[in-house]
Ligand binder design. Structure first.
Ligand code: UDP
Ligand code: MG
Length: 334
């Protein structure tokens, strides 16, 4: 019965082999956040196009570029790509810079594909891994195939050191697993995308959200690649703040530490007080003893302020969440 000569063979995750016409190709969506990436964007598109036309010819590729409030010509580049290749290229442009996490959320919301990849525009997420990642889903039955950098070559040593410390810490104090070196570069099924989108918190920490939603995940290791153009948007300080947000979003342990240390020092103070009273009763009070008093007051004051800060951070995040503001604002979309 009527077999279409132009048909392509698509392998479905359930091992059924289907034949489909070119107009019903399975779609793979690529979500690409861009912030001041006018140089990298065209290079990205050309490179990925070359790879997908060679190695993923049986699929329809859908690019969802997200312009995260760039101040350079990124949006112009996006419009040009979209005009040139309207069948594949779509974009969402924000009214201002909302951050990569918001850009990922917007991108995911606008995908129509059966499989969805999230990747950086600077080609630090090697697009030639895509076929291998897809095989992980189709042939091995994973829901998500992520990538892990096994080296941090080309990164300042101090940054690597703190990154390692961060992963060790967050995995100790959070029930959600955050894989060391895991990139945001992942390929997932539509089901996983919907799960990610159902997490609507304002303070988004993708690495944690991916762990939190679960699903069968595999990581492909690869060597670190340098940026193709432009430079990183992360300063040491912004990474530090991002890590703190990640910890606050996925762990209540800092709060527990606050009450634990508070309890300890209270017990310590009672014991010290008993000791001082008994000593004074037995031997009298030879010194006025205010140096010790002052140091105790200072120590307690310091502790209280420190933990007030931690509690404040949580309250601040609660405040941000209850305001229930949208994660991003779109100015232009195609
Ligand atoms: N990015 C973004 N909004 C931001 C910062 C970054 O959309 O506020 C994008 C950026 O254009 C890139 C990706 O997120 O595609 C990763 O950024 P970057 O390369 O600076 O991070 P790194 O690779 O150094 O961790
Ligand atoms: Mg990068």
């Amino acid at each position: 019965s009527g077999i279409n000569i132009n048909s392509a063979i698509i392998r479905q995750p359930n091992w059924v082999i289907l034949t489909k016409g070119a107009d019903t190709l399975t779609t793979i969506s690529l979500v690409v956040p861009c912030y001041n990436e006018q140089e990298a964007l065209p290079i990205f598109y050309d490179t990925v196009q070359k790879i997908v036309t060679e190695k993923l010819a049986d699929y329809h590729i859908e690019y969802i570029f997200v312009n995260d409030g760039s101040s350079d010509n990124t949006l112009t580049e996006m419009r040009q790509l979209q005009t040139k290749d309207p069948d594949h290229v779509h974009y969402v442009s924000f009214s201002r810079n909302f951050g990569k996490e918001a850009a990922l959320y917007a991108g995911l919301q606008n995908t129509t594909g059966e499989y969805i990849a999230v990747m950086d525009v600077d080609l630090q997420d090697p697009p030639d891994l895509l076929p291998q990642m897809l095989a992980g889903i189709l042939d091995e039955g994973y829901d998500v195939v992520g990538t892990r950098r096994v080296t941090r070559a080309g990164e300042p040593p101090i940054r690597s050191f703190f990154a390692r410390m961060f992963y060790r810490l967050i995995n100790k104090i959070s029930k959600t697993e955050v894989v060391d070196g895991a990139r945001d570069y992942r390929l997932m099924t539509k089901q996983v995308k919907d799960a990610i989108l159902s997490v609507t918190e304002y303070n988004r920490f993708s690495k944690g959200i991916f762990g939190w939603v679960g699903f069968k995940t595999k990581y492909i290791p690869y060597e670190n690649v340098e940026r193709v153009a432009g430079e990183t948007h992360w300063s040491f300080w912004s990474l530090f703040k991002y890590s703190l947000d990640g910890i606050v979003a996925f762990s209540e342990v800092p709060l527990a530490i606050a009450s634990f240390v508070g309890m300890l020092s209270f017990i310590g103070a009672i014991i010290a007080l008993l000791f001082i009273i008994i000593r004074a009763a037995l031997h009298g009070d030879p010194t006025p003893g205010w140096p010790s008093m002052v140091s105790i007051i200072l120590a307690m004051g310091g502790l209280q302020l420190f933990f007030l800060g931690i509690v404040g951070k949580y309250i601040g995040n609660i405040y941000l969440e209850v305001k229930n503001r949208p994660i991003y604002i779109v100015k232009e979309k195609k």
